[in-house]
Each structure stands twice: as C-alpha cells, then as structure tokens.
Design a protein around this ligand. Structure first.
Ligand code: URA
Length: 211
C-alpha cells in the first residue's frame, strides 16, 4: 500500500463511527495496487471477508476474479478493490443508510488517494452511493458515467449472478469489457450483449439484487 493509503487504513482499523464496529472481527479496508487505474467498489464484507480481512474472498469474490480475468485479463495485483462499508453487517443483512454515510469518508479518501481512471461499482449499494441515485442497477448499468476525472461503470453484484442470472452474467461480462475499453481510453460504447439462452426461473425472487 502507498504510505498515505496505509495511514488511512491504519486510522480506519480502529473506526467506531457506526454500530458495525461492535460486531465486526476486523475492518476490511481494501486491497490491491494503491496506484491502480481500476477500482472496484462492492457492498460490504461478508463472513469470509470479516474473518480474513480482505474484500471479495468468498464465492462472490472468486466469481468476480474469474470474470475480471476472462474479460479484462487482469489479476488482483493490477487493480484495487474495496467496499462501501468496511465492516460486516451482522447476519449478512444489507448495510443501512446511516452506516453507509458514516463509512463514506473512508471510501472518499480511498478514491482520492488511488485516483483511478475507471471505477466499477458492483451491485446496487455501491452504484447508488457513488452515483447518488436511487435507481436500481438494472436501470443504470449498460453505460459509463462521468465521475470526477474518471468514469464510473456500474455492474451487477456477483452474488446476483451466483443466484442464477444467465442474462445478468452476460451483461456483467459486457460491463467488464466496457471497463476494459474505458481503461484503454476507447469510447465507452456498449459491446453487443448476447441474448440469454433461458431466462432464470427464480429471477423474481431476488428483486433486491436486480431492481
Ligand atoms: N460482497 C461484497 O460486496 N463485498 C465483499 O467484500 C464481499 C462480498
């Protein structure tokens, strides 16, 4: 980690700005190249991340790593990865608005110090927080948004894909290709998205992930 980012991470390690401090094992600040052009922002640590102190190390993370490697040719040392909330919400519940707000200064400092060219928001919480929108991921994904001097590309959370979204999988791959093009400075036009072979039967069960 760069010295400055490490200083911020050390400060964050003892954070008590919200109630999640009481139930966490440790603060999961973020990992990767502190000078990366590419930053992924997810929702918050789950049980595996809380135990190991690193974002996206469970099933969702493995899928994210696989898709980023397949579509962008990048492994973890080449980008930075963090979450909107740095501490695990108990029982895998959603992070609450007050928790997201309390944690936001850490994310803002991370973004300022890393100074990425491309920010990929993974799922509804990161997308809504960084785009300051109430719209769901299904509506806003599919294009790049200006984000300061960078561009922001929203995509699905891999947990949504793991729950059976064939169409979402294809769309997430297309989003990652869009991020790769943005990194290369290419215009952010959407690549063609193949139609899903079969619509996932239980998609409606998971409205929170797709809405
Ligand atoms: N899901 C997230 O959004 N972040 C993690 O770190 C792990 C799972």
């Amino acid at each position: 980690m760069s010295t400055e980012l490490q200083v911020v991470a050390d400060e964050a390690a003892t954070c008590v700005r919200c109630g999640l401090a009481e139930t966490r094992t440790q603060v999961v600040f973020g990992v990767g190249d502190p000078h990366a052009d590419l930053l992924f922002v997810g929702e918050g640590p789950g049980a595996d991340e809380d135990r190991l102190g690193e974002p996206f190390v469970g099933r969702s993370g493995k899928l994210l790593d696989q898709l980023v490697l397949e579509e962008m040719g990048l492994t973890r040392e080449r980008f930075y990865i963090a979450n909107v909330v740095k501490c695990r919400p108990p029982d895998n519940r959603d992070p609450r608005p007050d928790e997201i707000e309390a944690c936001n200064p850490w994310l803002e400092k991370q973004i300022a110090l890393i100074d990425p060219k491309v920010v990929v928001t993974v799922g509804n919480f990161a997308t809504r927080t960084l785009l300051s929108t109430k719209e769901g991921i299904t509506k806003v994904r599919g294009r790049a948004y200006p984000f300061g001097a960078a561009v922001l590309i929203p995509t699905f959370h891999p947990a949504a894909i793991l729950r059976g979204g064939a169409q979402q999988m294809a769309q997430m791959r297309a989003d990652l290709v869009r991020a790769k093009q943005a990194l290369a400075g290419a215009p952010g036009d959407a690549p063609a998205e193949p139609a899903p072979a079969v619509a996932p039967a239980h998609e409606a069960d998971d409205a929170r992930l797709f809405e």
